[in-house]
Write a protein that binds this ligand. Sequence first.
Ligand code: FES
Length: 355
Amino acid sequence: MSSDFYKLTVNKAVKETDDCVSLSFDIPEEIKDKFGFISGQYLTLKTTINGEEVRRSYSLCSEPSSGIHKVAIKRVEGGLFSTYANESIKNGDALECMPPSGNFKHIPEPQAEKNYVLFAAGSGITPILSILKSILLHESKSRVVLFYGNKGFHSIIFREEIESLKNRFIDRLSVIHIFSKENLGNPLQKGRIDKIKCENLYKAFLTNTDIDGVYICGPEQMTLDIRDVMLEKEIPNESIHLELFGTSIKKESKKDKKDGPSFDSLITLKMDGDEYDFPLNSNGENVLDAAQKIGLDVPFACKGGVCCTCKAKIMEGSVSMDVNYGLEPDEIEAGYVLTCQAHPTTKNVFISFDD
Ligand code: FES
């Protein structure tokens, strides 16, 4: 992946809830082919706030065939970009944007007759909503159960759109809201979606369903809890798809590692057809940071092992990763790594963003 950004204009900024804004973008004709996407993928946005370059990834909540590129940005406490988006971005503003990307995706199968279960919490609804619409619109025989966790009624993002989907696809879509701070009258729908809640929801709503696909987007602990329960129900791992946000990823320093390699390496990095050499010392620096240090405009967004924007292929040598929340097993098998998490385990490493 190259780190090319394109200037896009916001054509619609809508306050979805008190602390969430959705932004739709105009995609100029000449770059439309670069901005095709699959439901579940995200856009990486870049802007400068108070002199500091800030980039963040936000999932697309629109569905590809609509021709709309829309993301929703929920304000997080102390969040530079999310606060700026909620307070300042308006129609006509321009933002730098990287083409859609991401491994969390659903490609509809028009002939399929499947049962899907979707779990979302808070703004985790954004990729889930896109996947939901994609299934309902393009798999006319498939059914979906959506479990959606929020604080309460007023914090439901896209409440009206979900209601209208429920009415339109009344035979194929069930929506179960779970509130952490309000009462819906049913104890099952009160609380957070943790292991026990998920087990109880499964018993109540899914016991007799042959589940073909599970899509989960929310905080790390919730997604891992749901995955564990689904695995216990013998749903194959490859049918369970996770997307994390607000993860509590801690950057582990190699300095603190007792068993890590302790030598300096030479990295050769290929990007856009050119090759660059630079050293990487053993003080815990990762490949991405080292590449940035010599001035390379390498692609990245989260720097937390989630988004996969920094994915590159190891052509020679080897690296170890601190965490990986995004790469699929077959990508790892094929030699791909997340450069923001990668530390060399050989003296020489040849790594390519082009392959
Ligand atoms: S920048 Fe997001 S996984 Fe590396």
